[in-house]
Design a protein around this ligand. Structure first.
Ligand code: NAD
Length: 258
C-alpha cells in the first residue's frame, strides 16, 4: 500500500534519543515512505547513529545546533546537494536552562529568557527561511513544530518555556501567513506531557502527568507514537487545506475546566 509520504523528503530536527517525540515522528514518517534527514546536537551524535541505523532507507545525518546560523545554512546546503529539494520539516528543538524550570517565574534571568526563546522559538523562523527555497520548486511544503499547553495556561515550573511556547505558536501563525502564497503550510501539534529528556528538566513533571491521568477526558496521558500519527496528518496531503493551526493531541486535557 502507498504511504502518505511516499516520495517526500523531510528534515527532522530534535531527536536526542529513543524517547524523543521527534524520533517517534521519524519512525512514522519513514514507515509512510519519506526519505529523511535527521540533525543532531553533538552530544547526541552516537545515539543518533544507532537509532538511524534502524530506519529504512537510512537517513542522512547532519550536525546542527539551532543557535548557529552557519550550521543551519550547512544543513540546507547539504539537503539541496543530496536531494535537490525538501517537502517537510519537523521542528522538535526546545531548551531552557534547568534553573529556570524550578524557581519562581519572577526570578527568570535575562540570559535564561534569551536562550529559551532563541532555541525554542526563533529557531523555527531560521529553519523556515532555510527550507523555503528548497520547498518552492516542489510546489510547496509542510513545516511542523511541537508545542505545549503551557503556551496559554500556567503550569508549575514550566515558566519561561511557557513564554517560549507562546512565542512559538505566534511564530507558527506569522510564518503561515508569510509562506502561504508559496503553498508552504506551517502548523503545530500541542502534545500532552510525555516523559522525555526535555521533560525531565521540568521540576515536578510527574505531578503534571498524574493530573492528566486523573482529569483528562481519556483518563490517560498520550504516547509519543500518538503524537507522531497526528503529525503525519499535518505533514501529509490529508491536511492540504490547514495552516496556522495548533492541533491539541493531549487526551483532551485542554478542554476541561477542572
Ligand atoms: P527531547 O529532549 O527528546 O527533545 C528536545 C530536543 O531539542 C533534543 O533533541 C535536543 O537535541 C534539541 N535541542 C535542544 N537545544 C538545541 C539546540 N541548541 N540545537 C539543536 N537542537 C537542540 O524532548 P521532547 O519532549 O521530545 O521534546 C521535543 C519537543 O516537544 C520540544 O519542543 C518540547 O518542548 C515539545 N513538547 C514536549 C512535551 C513533553 O511532555 N515531552 C510536551 C509538549 C511539547
Amino acid at each position: 500500500m502507498a504511504g502518505s509520504l511516499d516520495g517526500k523528503v523531510g528534515l527532522i530536527v530534535g531527536v536526542a534519543n529513543k524517547r524523543s517525540i521527534a524520533w517517534a515522528i521519524a519512525q512514522a514518517a519513514a514507515r509512510e515512505g519519506a526519505t529523511l534527514i535527521l540533525t543532531y546536537q553533538d552530544r547526541f551524535a552516537e545515539h543518533l547513529q544507532d537509532l538511524a541505523a534502524t530506519l529504512t532507507p537510512a537517513p542522512q545525518l547532519l550536525p546542527c545546533d539551532v543557535q548557529d546560523d552557519a550550521q543551519i545554512d550547512a544543513v540546507f546546503a547539504a539537503i539541496g546537494a543530496a536531494h535537490g529539494g525538501l517537502d517537510f520539516v519537523v521542528h522538535g528543538a526546545a531548551f531552557a536552562p534547568r534553573e529556570e524550570l524550578s524557581t519562581g517565574f519572577t526570578n527568570t534571568t535575562r540570559e535564561g529568557f534569551r536562550v529559551a526563546l532563541d532555541i525554542s522559538a526563533y529557531s523555527l523562523v531560521a529553519l523556515a527561511r532555510g527550507a523555503r527555497p528548497l520547498m518552492e520548486p516542489r510546489g510547496g511544503g509542510s513545516i511542523l513544530t511541537l508545542s505545549y499547553l503551557g503556551a496559554t495556561r500556567v503550569f508549575p515550573n514550566y515558566n519561561v518555556m511557557g513564554v517560549a511556547k507562546a512565542a512559538l505558536e505566534s511564530t507558527v501563525r506569522y510564518l503561515a501567513a508569510d509562506l502561504g502564497p508559496q503553498n508552504i503550510r506551517v502548523n503545530a501539534v500541542s502534545a500532552g506531557p510525555i516523559k522525555t529528556l526535555a521533560a525531565a528538566g521540568i521540576g515536578g513533571f510527574s505531578t503534571i502527568l498524574g493530573v492528566v491521568r486523573e482529569k483528562a477526558p481519556l483518563r490517560r496521558t498520550v504516547e509519543a507514537s500518538e503524537v507522531a500519527e497526528s503529525s503525519l496528518f499535518l505533514l501529509g496531503p490529508a491536511s492540504s487545506g490547514i495552516t496556522g493551526e495548533v492541533l491539541m493531541v493531549d487526551s483532551g486535557y485542554h478542554a476541561v475546566g477542572m
